[in-house]
Design a protein around this ligand. Structure first.
Ligand code: 13P
Length: 250
């Protein structure tokens, strides 16, 4: 089963509209004609119209870092799936560890958001990963299985095709401590086996599982060489066009 890799930039709470435009103007020519991998940018919601406008007609998709599970309503500060779609966004991150850590997102909330994204045809990237204490206590596999099971509650094999998973060990995010390719591959195998248990072998074999956590131009190649690593979700090293280009062209 060959899976087309997805290389995604999570800009977190960085860049102004002017800076975002400068990035896209410099980046698009660098990756023009690159078809081996899918490329996606995840800017802050306030940047979405700018980035989507600048990337229009290119090989670079744009999505949200977070959506609310409700269609609309009195949810101050949130972004709805309809708003994302209306401005031309096609993807969304769900359950990033920073959302779980600082905004109390649970597996139950992640599950509701996943249902909302699938219902509206937006490609969801469901983020999971263990914290350092869980890894040191030998609980990585059980944490990942619980997160996958919780996120996928009520999801049928028929509906699951668009889903992408991002494995982001929390101890590797923003720390410069990348998981070794072997550690990452082990985790990806656990995740794929759990997806197979829940949704069947065919769905699991087709599902893309990205790695995230201190991905850089100099470690991406060895990570991408692993059979179960199907792309990267990149924070810090995605903020500069030349650095992200090098990662895209691993
Ligand atoms: P860094 O690449 O900065 O470690 O961030 C990873 C991440 O959280 C991507 O979603």
């Amino acid at each position: 089963m060959s899976r087309k890799a997805l290389i995604a930039a999570n800009w977190k709470m960085y860049k102004t509209p002017v800076e975002a435009n400068v990035f896209v103007d410099a980046f698009l020519p660098l990756v023009a004609g690159h078809t081996r991998d899918e490329i996606a940018l995840f800017p802050s919601p306030v940047l979405l119209p700018t980035v989507i406008g600048a990337a229009k007609g290119s090989n670079v998709a744009v999505g949200c870092q977070n959506i609310h599970f409700a269609e609309e309503g009195a949810y101050t500060g949130e972004t709805s799936i309809g708003q994302l779609i209306a401005v031309g966004g096609t993807h969304t991150l769900i359950g990033h560890s920073e959302r779980r850590q600082y905004f109390a997102e649970t597996d139950e909330i992640v599950n509701k958001k996943l249902h909302t994204a699938l219902k509206h045809g937006v490609v969801p990237i469901v983020c999971i990963g263990e914290v350092l204490e869980e890894r040191e206590a030998g609980k990585t596999a059980s944490v990942l299985k619980t997160q996958v099971t919780g996120a996928f509650a009520g999801i049928t094999p028929e509906a699951a095709a668009p889903i992408v998973i991002a494995y982001e060990p929390v101890w590797a995010i923003g720390t410069g401590k990348t998981a070794t390719p072997e550690i990452a591959e082990d985790a990806h195998k656990v995740i794929r086996a759990e997806v197979a248990k829940l949704l069947g072998a065919d769905v699991a074999a087709a599902m893309r599982i990205l790695y995230g956590g201190s991905v850089k131009p100099d470690n991406v190649t060895s990570l991408m060489a692993q059979p179960d690593i199907d792309g990267a979700l990149v924070g810090g090293a995605s903020l500069k066009p030349d650095s992200f280009e090098k990662i895209v062209k691993y």
